[in-house]
Design a protein around this ligand. Structure first.
Ligand SMILES: *[C@@H]1O[C@H](CO)[C@@H](O)[C@H](O)[C@H]1NC(C)=O
Ligand SMILES: *[C@@H]1O[C@H](CO)[C@@H](O)[C@H](O)[C@H]1NC(C)=O
Ligand SMILES: *[C@@H]1O[C@H](CO)[C@@H](O)[C@H](O)[C@H]1NC(C)=O
Ligand SMILES: *[C@@H]1O[C@H](CO)[C@@H](O)[C@H](O)[C@H]1NC(C)=O
Ligand SMILES: *[C@@H]1O[C@H](CO)[C@@H](O)[C@H](O)[C@H]1NC(C)=O
Length: 439
């Protein structure tokens, strides 16, 4: 995962762009009568997926003061298998959940409990996580938040079994592991020609927006001779340094750049996700198909039918993939969330993002990295029965924004019937372009 990924949410906070916490559709701003109708009958499946929270800033900052023994300039210090290797003394901090991130996940568990209180009181979420340590820790902190909220609720079930635990951890490996919460199987996507599309798109945009910044920095940091990539890494120090602080204190690095430059940087991150894992990459959405098929299985209460990245052994067993539960929670990565959203067609209305000028989320059908996968990102997939509707309905909320679900005829509250939602998922049903993974 890109070291610079997903910090745009913090820019939103820092620069006051966050006027869109809730879309007017449904959500917290739904008319009172709608909310009442929504929860009159306890009959919902809810599903949440979250992104982990890495503590890379600590490394960038502290490693600059060290003279690492094994640093080979121009070669990455971080690999999937071995993690950070430049300086063994601090390498255990690499890719870890920060204190601030832990707290965000605890809060996320509390928020989920409160939001779906009528269900959370009586039911326990089934929890799965991808195997990387920071993702597992995210899941654990989330269950702690959920449990704390439940213990504090006098009306909640007191049953000792009423609290969630991490039920399934699906291992991650570089090759050969079927894991719907972490991509890795599809050779053509991982290592083929499609694997460089995102870098190329980001580089094209970086040359445009980061060149003047690079000149300014180099004019003031005599001898530094920062490259374009290093210039962008200088910018990344702002958000990562913010989240390395236990309280999320604004970093002095942030003041080195203008508000306009943060929009440019945010767009750089959007390009990375779009061309890496979404429709900008011919095999991006396909990486989300396995999870999307699991989502369908849970929604329609039928066994998983998938021929992509699902682990058939896990999904066949009611121990590791139970159906008929009211609440589920899954923990994954930003990149995988992006692929899943794309497989589900949630951003099908977004035109391919240009690499020469910014298109903000408002003009991109709601798509940007900041809107879809900020740190501690979450998506809620809700199934419900409402008064005066015979059909079960589906609604999708990503980071508190209700999606319009135009692809299945979403109503004014963003709701589709379950049948039309599932019918719209032909791409998922057909396995995406999985057949192109091994050519
Ligand atoms: C997160 O969980 C770990 C143990 O899994 C715990 O040590 C830590 O205190 C938790 N963080 C918060 C903020 O509660
Ligand atoms: C599928 O899951 C089972 C049970 O955890 C595991 O033993 C097996 O190695 C997994 N298979 C693949 C191909 O990932
Ligand atoms: C991609 O290449 C790396 C490095 O050669 C290798 O370890 C990995 O197994 C490959 N992944 C796939 C899915 O082929
Ligand atoms: C893992 O996925 C591959 C590719 O779809 C499939 O051939 C294999 O049967 C799967 N293995 C398991 C245990 O699900
Ligand atoms: C999204 O677009 C793709 C590619 O055009 C298409 O195959 C898929 O069915 C669409 N998905 C939805 C949910 O509309």
């Amino acid at each position: 995962m890109s070291a610079r990924g997903l910090m745009n949410d913090f820019f939103s906070r820092l620069f006051g762009r966050d006027g869109h916490r809730y879309a007017h559709l449904g959500g917290e701003n739904a008319p009172a009568e709608f909310k009442a109708a929504l929860w009159t009958r306890k009959h919902s499946i809810l599903l949440i997926i979250l992104v982990a929270f890495a503590g890379l800033a600590a490394i960038y900052v502290s490693s600059s003061n060290e003279s690492p023994a094994t640093y080979d300039k121009g070669k990455s210090c971080d690999t999937v298998e071995h993690g950070y290797q430049c300086n063994a003394g601090i390498s255990h901090f690499w890719d870890q959940l920060t204190t601030f991130g832990e707290q965000q996940l605890v809060n996320s568990g509390i928020k989920y409990y409160e939001r779906y209180k009528e269900l959370s009181r009586d039911f326990v979420p089934f929890v799965r996580s991808s195997g990387q340590e920071r993702v597992v820790e995210s899941a654990l902190n989330w269950t702690q938040g959920f449990t704390a909220a439940k213990l504090a609720d006098k009306h909640a079930s007191q049953d000792p079994e009423a609290y969630p635990r991490l039920d399934v951890t699906i291992p991650e490996a570089d090759y050969g592991v079927n894991n719907t919460l972490n991509h890795d199987l599809c050779t053509e996507f991982e290592n083929g020609t499609y694997s460089t599309i995102a870098d190329d798109a980001q580089f094209a945009w970086a040359e445009i927006f980061a060149t003047p910044i690079q000149k300014r920095l180099n004019a003031h940091l005599l001898g530094a001779q920062l490259s374009i990539d290093e210039t962008i890494t200088m910018m990344a120090l702002c958000p990562f340094n913010v989240v390395a602080s236990p309280t999320g204190k604004t970093s002095p690095f942030c003041a080195l750049f203008t508000e306009e430059q943060w929009y440019q940087y945010g767009y750089y991150e959007s390009l990375g996700k779009w061309y890496g894992y979404s429709h900008g990459n011919p095999l991006g959405p396909t990486q989300g198909v396995g999870f999307a098929n699991e989502l369908i299985a849970r929604m329609v209460d039928k066994p998983v039918d998938d021929h992509t990245s699902t682990n058939r052994t896990l999904d066949k067993s009611s121990e590791t993939f139970p159906l008929g539960r009211k609440l589920y929670a899954d923990f994954s990565h930003d990149n995988d969330l992006t692929a899943i959203f794309s497989a589900l067609g949630l951003y099908n209305g977004t035109s391919n993002l240009p690499t020469s000028n910014i298109v903000e989320a408002q003009n991109a059908n709601g798509y940007s990295a900041a809107w879809t996968v900020p740190f501690a990102a979450r998506a809620y997939f809700e199934k419900m029965i409402c008064n005066e509707h015979d059909d079960e309905l589906v609604r999708v909320i990503i980071n508190d924004r209700v999606l319009p679900l135009e692809q299945c005829g979403g109503d004014g509250f963003g709701r589709c019937t379950l049948t039309s939602f599932v019918d719209s998922l032909g791409f998922v049903n057909g396995g995406g372009r999985w057949d192109q993974c091994f050519v």
